[in-house]
Write a protein that binds this ligand. Structure first.
Ligand code: C2E
Ligand code: MG
Ligand code: MG
Ligand code: MG
Length: 287
């Protein structure tokens, strides 16, 4: 009896696995078809220079409007694209699209584009980026690439060489989700990033005053190493104030704006800049 039950659950398990594989294969086919269609779109979330009270740039964040499933989050389709070998194509599309759109922004705004570690190992990466800049006519100084610590898990010289080659193009490099990876901090001394993005988990942890020590340490580390710093995921006036007190000069998060479609950016810049001018985000103001 027990044996039959066991067999039954093995069959159930196998059929559930098959179903999941079919679904994945379907999603993969859908993603392949979505590239180059209007289902894919870049949203943009502003960086705020809180010392000047102005929008200082935008991070491009991919969105996929699936015709049947609706909005598929990048946390789902980016890892899929990495696994099935579609990330290079997706990444090139995002780079070109973002560079093209950024040429319409005020010239002092930075464009930041996320780079998957898989793309990073692609032989054509440097060429892809050079081409995207050239096609759009965007100055490399306006482009920033976001990489994560996972790059340094296989600690090879190739990673450092690629980072240096990217920098040699004239662009800047930031370390995304800083503090959430499992790599050692040694890479920071071997490759000085231009900017460190403090992960939103540390910003959230600051809701308890005693946790401010981590953020304080990261800000100290980056200034000692001549890197700038930005805090991600700032959602509340309290987090904003604590970060200001710790000397954080740049921020990003829902408090200022969610990621928005390209068509909304002009209005968004006006809204945020005038909110600062009117003291809405003044440090120390009551919440
Ligand atoms: P990320 O680069 O660390 O981007 C930050 C994520 O946090 C974004 O999620 C953003 O919408 C969200 N976020 C921003 N402010 C707040 C906040 O105040 N509170 C909360 N709770 N969340 C906030 P999103 O757009 O879903 O993207 C998730 C991840 O997908 C990104 O993390 C990035 O790793 C990846 N991704 C997105 N677009 C691309 C792309 O074009 N290429 C690559 N390779 N990866 C991408
Ligand atoms: Mg990012
Ligand atoms: Mg991040
Ligand atoms: Mg992230």
């Amino acid at each position: 009896h027990a044996q039959r039950q066991g067999l039954g659950s093995v069959c159930l398990f196998a059929s559930a696995m098959r179903q999941e594989m079919d679904q994945r294969r379907q999603l993969e086919a859908d993603l392949r078809a979505a590239i180059g269609s209007d289902q894919l779109e870049l949203f943009y979330q502003p960086f705020i220079d809180v010392t000047r009270g102005r929008v200082s740039g935008f991070e491009a964040l991919m969105r996929w409007r699936h015709p049947v499933r609706g909005m598929v989050p990048p946390g789902t389709f980016i890892p899929l694209a990495e696994e099935v070998g579609l990330i290079d194509e997706l990444g090139v599309w995002a780079l070109r699209e973002a560079c093209r759109q950024a040429t319409g922004w005020p010239g002092d705004l930075t464009l930041s584009v996320n780079l998957s570690p898989v793309q990073f190992r692609s032989a054509s990466l440097i060429d892809d980026i050079r081409t995207a800049l050239k096609m759009a006519g965007l100055a490399p100084q306006r482009l920033q690439l976001e990489v994560t610590e996972s790059l340094f898990l296989d600690n090879d010289e190739g990673t450092l060489a690629t980072l240096r080659a990217l920098r040699a193009l004239g662009l800047t490099i930031s370390m995304d989700d800083f503090g959430t990876g499992y790599s050692s901090l040694g890479y920071l001394s071997r490759f000085p990033f231009d900017k460190i993005k403090i992960d939103q988990s540390f910003v959230r942890a600051m809701d308890k005053a005693e946790n401010a020590a981590i953020v304080r340490a990261v800000i100290g580390l980056s200034s000692a190493m001549n890197m700038s710093v930005i805090a991600e995921g700032v959602e509340t006036p309290e987090q904003f104030e604590r970060l200001c007190q710790e000397g954080c000069r740049e921020m990003q998060g829902y408090l200022f704006s969610r990621p928005r479609p390209a068509a909304d950016l002009a209005r968004l810049i006006l809204r945020i800049n005038s909110a600062f001018a009117q003291g809405e985000f003044a440090q120390g103001a009551p919440a």
